[in-house]
Ligand binder design. Structure first.
Ligand code: PLP
Length: 395
């Protein structure tokens, strides 16, 4: 008999090759020393948080007052939500007030709150593939079913594929831009077309299909690229985001959800999100972090550092003969593996002491994710290994 539920057992077995890969990485580091392994497997931002955040955190620590660490409204502090709303209104191109915002435990907490609020068992969430591995679990947590649809070869939205996938049980379309793992930023024209499609579908069935944006990388857009406002596109829309990447604080678990003020049933939706925040066990987003981020909403790590690394890694991958799209944002490359079997190729890279993640985990076999939250020196040191692994794969 299993000590755990059948579902969790299946999840653990399904994820076992990912675990094996991490174990292999840990073994390589133990054997050769962490400095001898080029680890491109983790999306854990290595830059220090901006000074403005550190100052703001210290200030927040000093603000002792009655109930400074007490329970609060489940949606978060009113004054924090007010500030975040003003900030998000500019990014999203719609007027937002404190009541349209809910502070959450990161974007992950925010997405779970959203799916808890809108999904009935069997409801479907359509997502372009490749997609962030965790989506499948987040949707399943609330009885939903994730429906991945292929993207165009340049990782842009394939609107015909999305239209074909939207069915009677579709409750939401979920978009992540800038995208993990592809680094693509969806252009304003495709987004407008998608909004038009959802308006037609929603009108036909008399019930909205939600457009949900997962935007933790919004501020990590490289020169020449802009992430278009999202809420301005379509009334029945929500944004989940976090400060994890732009302030380099993923361990602090702080983010927010913003709801379009024009959404049908907005009051009921906000009520459900707030209740979900409580009953999922988060209760509220961490108090200290709410105060810390609210006082430095314009701060961001130096995106130029990630952009220079992108260019450095692009040069390495190109010289080694890989095929890839240049990321427009994030800190991920998603090159084609030289052979179709991405897991086998990632094993060849491991033999060169290079760690990457097979695309299969993101619903895109034949690719791999290379995360560049690493020093320039690691990128340079990997150049030979990337070249040799490709040559060996094709030999
Ligand atoms: N969505 C995407 C696409 C991500 O890449 C991540 C984290 O890597 C998350 C959501 C979760 O973000 P957070 O750690 O802020 O909850």
């Amino acid at each position: 008999p299993s000590a755990v539920s059948r579902k969790m057992r299946a999840f653990m077995e399904g994820g076992s090759w990912i675990r094996k890969m991490f174990e292999e990485g840990a073994r390589l580091k133990a054997r050769h020393g962490a400095d001898a392994v080029c680890d491109f497997s983790l999306g854990n931002p290595d830059l220090s948080p901006p000074e403005a955040f550190t100052r703001s955190l210290w200030r927040a620590c000093g603000e002792e007052a009655p109930l400074a660490h007490g329970y609060m409204p489940n949606a978060g502090y009113g004054e924090v939500r007010e500030r975040v709303a003003r900030h998000a209104a500019v990014e999203q191109g719609v007027p937002l007030g404190a009541d349209d915002v809910l502070m959450t435990c990161g974007a992950a907490g925010g997405l779970n709150v959203v799916f808890k609020a809108i999904l009935d068992p069997g409801d479907e969430v359509v997502v372009p593939a490749p997609y962030f591995v965790e989506y499948r679990y987040y949707v399943d947590n609330h009885g939903g079913v994730l429906v991945p649809v292929p993207s165009r070869p340049d990782f842009g939205l394939d609107l015909a594929a999305i239209e074909a996938a939207v069915g009677p049980r579709t409750r939401a379309v979920l978009l992540n831009s800038p995208n993990n793992p592809t680094g693509v930023i969806y252009d304003a024209e495709s987004l407008a077309e998608l909004a038009g499609l959802l308006r037609r579908v929603s009108a036909r069935r008399g019930r909205p299909v939600y457009l949900v944006a997962d935007e933790p990388y919004r501020r990590l857009a490289f020169s020449g690229h802009r992430v278009p406002p999202f809420l301005a596109l379509y009334p029945d829309s929500l944004v989940a985001t976090s400060f994890s990447k732009d302030l380099s604080v993923p361990g602090e678990r702080i983010g927010y959800v913003a709801v379009n003020p024009a959404a049908a049933g907005r009051g009921e939706l906000l009520g459900a999100l707030t209740l979900a925040n409580r009953i999922l066990g988060y209760v509220n987003a961490p108090a200290l972090m709410q105060r810390a981020v609210a006082a430095c909403l314009d701060a961001c790590v130096d995106v130029g550092v990630y952009e220079r690394r992108r260019d450095r890694l692009a040069a390495v991958l190109e010289a080694a003969g890989y095929e890839f799209q240049l990321p427009m944002g994030t800190f991920y490359f998603f090159p084609k593996t030289p052979i179709p079997d991405d897991r086998a190729f990632v094993r060849l890279l491991q033999e060169e002491r290079i760690l990457a993640v097979p695309g299969s985990g993101f619903g895109a076999p034949g690719y791999m994710r290379v995360a560049f939250c690493v020093a320039d020196e690691v990128i340079d040191r990997a150049a030979e290994g990337f070249r040799r692994a490709r040559e060996r794969a094709l030999a």
